[in-house]
Write a protein that binds this ligand. Sequence first.
Ligand SMILES: Cc1cc2nc3c(=O)[nH]c(=O)nc-3n(C[C@H](O)[C@H](O)[C@H](O)COP(=O)(O)OP(=O)(O)OC[C@H]3O[C@@H](n4cnc5c(N)ncnc54)[C@H](O)[C@@H]3O)c2cc1C
Length: 387
Amino acid sequence: MTSALIGERSLYDDEHALLRSTVRAFADRHAAPHAERWRTAGRVDRALFREAARAGILGFNIPEEYGGGGVTDFRVNAVIGEEFSRHPASDALAGIGLSNDIVVPYFTGLTDDAQKARWLPGIAAGERVVAVAMTEPGTGSDLAGIATTAVREGDAYVVNGSKVFISNGQNADLVVTAVRTGPDRHGGLSLLVIEADRPGFTRGRNLEKIGLHAQDTSELFFQDVRVPAANLLGAEGTGFRSLMRNLAQERISIAANAMASIEAVLERTVDYVRERKAFGRTVGSFQNTRFELADMVTTARVGRTYLDGLLARHSRGGLTAVDAAAAKFWATENYVGIVGRCLQLHGAYGYMMEYPIAHAYLDSRITTIYGGTTEIMKEIVAKDLGL
Ligand SMILES: Cc1cc2nc3c(=O)[nH]c(=O)nc-3n(C[C@H](O)[C@H](O)[C@H](O)COP(=O)(O)OP(=O)(O)OC[C@H]3O[C@@H](n4cnc5c(N)ncnc54)[C@H](O)[C@@H]3O)c2cc1C
């Protein structure tokens, strides 16, 4: 694949290029026309998930015997994530990307055959929307501080507690929930799939955010929710380990999406400053604009090489938690910085919501926080240095 700004990328082949146009056409047809309505509503229509499944861009990484596409190569996820991130309706598409890259792996990687048969067909068809709930009002970065309890009673767990900031939380039917099943900070955590129609499960507010307006982000409450022990993912007490393993893919996904967003923002800014005039000349002709863009495009080109190397490594199964943490903070911090500088080059038009740069400015801000903050990512990298 070749981009005017970034140059050739050897990571992908012709099949990926074809997929890229399918994803773009899907976003244009199924997300763009509804994006403003969904932003006002604070959530997308659930039909979007079904349409995505029909188009093969949701559930593609679920085994074929359960109705999915049987894809295991992460480059397919990356193509979809990149095209979603570049699209002006990216906030409306975020819930599908989250399912593909972050939540589905819990359902494919940690389930036994009976669980696969119960859950995967519905997810693959886009009928069952999924979410993962780790964060609580009292704990975010410190995942070992999770306080929502699951107490074993016969063949069920009784769950009490609450979660906050859960993406897809309003639309979700199946929530992978991190719960405390024992007192040990790490060894006392487990993962339970909780169906949203269980008595005692309630959704709180759809939280009002500064960006990602079409994406629902929710509080969830659990009051004496009886969940069959058959809903446990993996063995009791292995929750922390499973989270750590899956968080590497979550973080490389956020990094890859940030990198694609950087490229889209830069391409749009180059187009804008070529057209916009001040003092009888184009804004792009001022030395400041030229130097700013030369600097940012070079950062993007360096970053693209770095990210594509890591994406190739991940598609071969060799990505480490440290690689993912480094990529996550590097790409997202650069995204936040670059989008602010590009907005400046747009002048007041950049502050108007009718310009994609304004959305990118608002939507970018969360990327250095969710999936693990920059500070926590730096802790992971520093620890690996023996510090
Ligand atoms: C839009 C959105 C979507 C989200 N989606 C989900 C989701 O689907 N599922 C889910 O479970 N969660 C989700 N989250 C939650 C998100 O992952 C957490 O907010 C994030 O992990 C940070 O936790 P916190 O907000 O509690 O911050 P805190 O942990 O309270 O941190 C506050 C500040 O202290 C810093 N800090 C904390 N510990 C250290 C340390 N040891 N050293 C240095 N600095 C430190 C942090 O870096 C941060 O700057 C979402 C959040 C948002 C806003």
